[in-house]
Design a protein. Structure first.
Length: 311
């Protein structure tokens, strides 16, 4: 098994993905409890675009090494791309326990929110990271290895990998329980925002998730989350001197205004309009600090919104 492991790593480093998969497949037959072998098999399968098989191999790797945060990180990415969304949420919770800074990945969380909000296709598909658990081997180790030792004539059992593993297939299908997924995702964001309170992107994504709910109470929560996102953005140094940061601030404010106008029409005597007016007046004042045609257009748009709210 050790020899085949070295051989598989050599094939990986040489770009011989199929031969590497063959070698690591043999490794896991000999040592089924080797997390390294399962993890490296997943890497080889990913290189060939076999994401579903890689997902199942990662599950086996986690069975052998449950506290390996690198495995959970890769598992989450592959789970998203294969439609195992509940698995991606589970992985995020586990990463919060093991490696909080890795768990709070805004790109990954944005993908999950997009899928939860009925966007079945992700615009910018996540890149699957290379597995970081591949062992480093010295040049001396390769002298005695021959990549041709791995036969490639017939090894169809790699294609049947998922059939050999007893797991629950919770993929995104026609009968996928999206409401349950959205609930689980809101739970995840609740935990993340309790541990990371000053990330403007996280609060904004939490707002996006809640605003898409039909319950007006959830939409009101989204307003509060958007407001927190705006306040954190406003407290950023140089936000009123840097035109790029300022435009981003205005975009955040416009989202807040749109949600506020909706809630004002749905909730009698809603009290949030006053805070929106203060935000817009502050933005108009800060617009005067910039001598830019785009900012002048932005200022006109802000004034229009303010008039709309005042009416």
């Amino acid at each position: 098994a050790e020899y085949m492991g070295y051989l598989g790593c050599g094939c990986l480093m040489s770009g011989l993905w199929n031969r590497a998969a063959q070698a690591f497949r043999r490794c896991v037959h000999i040592e089924p409890d080797s997390s390294d072998a399962w993890s490296n098999l997943s890497s080889a399968l990913l290189k060939q675009g076999l994401k579903r098989q890689a997902f199942y191999a990662l599950q086996e790797a986690l069975r052998c090494s449950f506290n390996n945060w690198r495995l959970w990180d890769n598992y989450r990415l592959v789970a998203i791309e294969t439609g195992h969304l509940f698995g991606a949420v589970e992985a995020s919770h586990r990463l919060l326990d093991l490696k909080k800074q890795v768990a709070i990945d805004t790109d990954v969380l944005r993908c999950l929110v997009k899928l939860a909000n009925d966007e079945n296709k992700i615009d910018d598909e996540s890149d699957i990271k290379d597995n970081n658990d591949v062992k480093e081997i010295s040049n001396n180790d390769f002298e005695s290895l021959d990549v041709n030792d791995v036969e490639t004539d017939d090894d169809n059992d790699i294609d049947d990998l998922e059939d050999s593993l007893d797991i629950d297939d919770g993929r995104l299908k026609d009968n996928f329980d999206k409401s349950k997924f959205r609930f689980k995702l809101r739970e995840l964001f609740g935990r993340i925002t309790s541990e990371c309170t000053n990330n403007t992107d996280i609060w904004e994504l939490y707002g996006d998730l809640c605003y898409n709910e039909s319950d007006v109470n959830e939409k009101e929560k989204s307003f509060n989350y958007y407001q927190k996102s705006y306040r954190i953005r406003y407290q950023t140094s140089r936000v009123t001197q840097d035109i790029v940061l300022f435009k981003d601030l205005v975009r955040s404010a416009m989202r807040l205004v749109d949600v506020g106008l909706y809630l004002n029409n749905k909730i009698q005597n809603w009290s949030g309009l006053y805070s929106i007016k203060l935000i817009l007046k502050s933005l108009i004042t800060n617009c005067d600090k910039f001598y830019d045609d785009d900012v002048k257009e932005i200022c006109d748009e802000i004034k229009t919104k303010l008039e709309l709210i005042s009416d």
